[in-house]
Design a binder for this molecule. Sequence first.
Ligand code: NAD
Length: 248
Amino acid sequence: MKPVAIVTGGARGIGRACALALAERHHDIVLIDLREPEMDTTRLELEAKGSKVLTFAADVSDFTRAHDIVDQIYSQWNHIDVLVNNAGGPNPKGILEITEQEFDRTISVNLKSCFNYIHAIAPIMLKQEHGGRIVSMSSLNALSGGVTSAVSKHSYAAAKAGILGLTRSLAKELGPLIAINAICPGVIKTEIGNDLTRSREPELIKGIALNRLGNPKDVAELVAFLCTNKEMFITGQHFVVDGFQWVC
Ligand SMILES: NC(=O)c1ccc[n+]([C@@H]2O[C@H](COP(=O)([O-])OP(=O)(O)OC[C@H]3O[C@@H](n4cnc5c(N)ncnc54)[C@H](O)[C@@H]3O)[C@@H](O)[C@H]2O)c1
């Protein structure tokens, strides 16, 4: 029986890389994303690695839909072993431009989405003898604050900082059966990252000790470690994957 891993926002970018890394470690995979064509392409790549794959076209900010999807996954497999809360996206608006609705949407997509899926999956993982593993995608911006470039500002930074509070609290509520951690990526070259950073890449690299931007695999390998290593004494933590960046 293969372990089952759910990856939200798994159609492309960091989520796709996480799904591939978990498939390489012999997991069956569930992708949840808004982008159906990209999700179908990723599904084929995962199946080529020998994983069974379920896909759901859904908005992760929808609480009821999250519970409905998790019920469907559980009735198919009878266990859920890994949750990667990866779906999210930036909001470049400053405090003088943003509307209440835009602020709420950024919090919903980046933070409430994590709550939605953890709320649905925790009761299942807590019933399993082996428990489960959860990793949520925060951001370097959670620690540094939103940057002055167009990439992200306060609403995104607040949502991603919220993930760190959620992670620390839930590690205590859900331990010892469930280990839950967060990742804070720096600038990672993905479709969205490419759009937002292409023109600033040379300037950004000057402020990164490892002298390059990150790749989705840089993040995915750490996610896979946190989700699959047998002896686990790590929970409630966040891990920065940024090549040591000191200029945002
Ligand atoms: N790329 C970076 O530099 C970077 C840095 C820090 C944090 N992050 C975080 O990493 C995660 C992945 O980012 P990425 O760079 O791979 O972005 P991406 O845009 O390439 O991929 C994000 C995926 O999430 C999906 N998604 C977005 N909103 C959704 C919603 N409401 N419901 C369902 N699916 C949704 C998108 O369709 C997309 O497939 C995000 O949470 C992002 O905030 C990225």
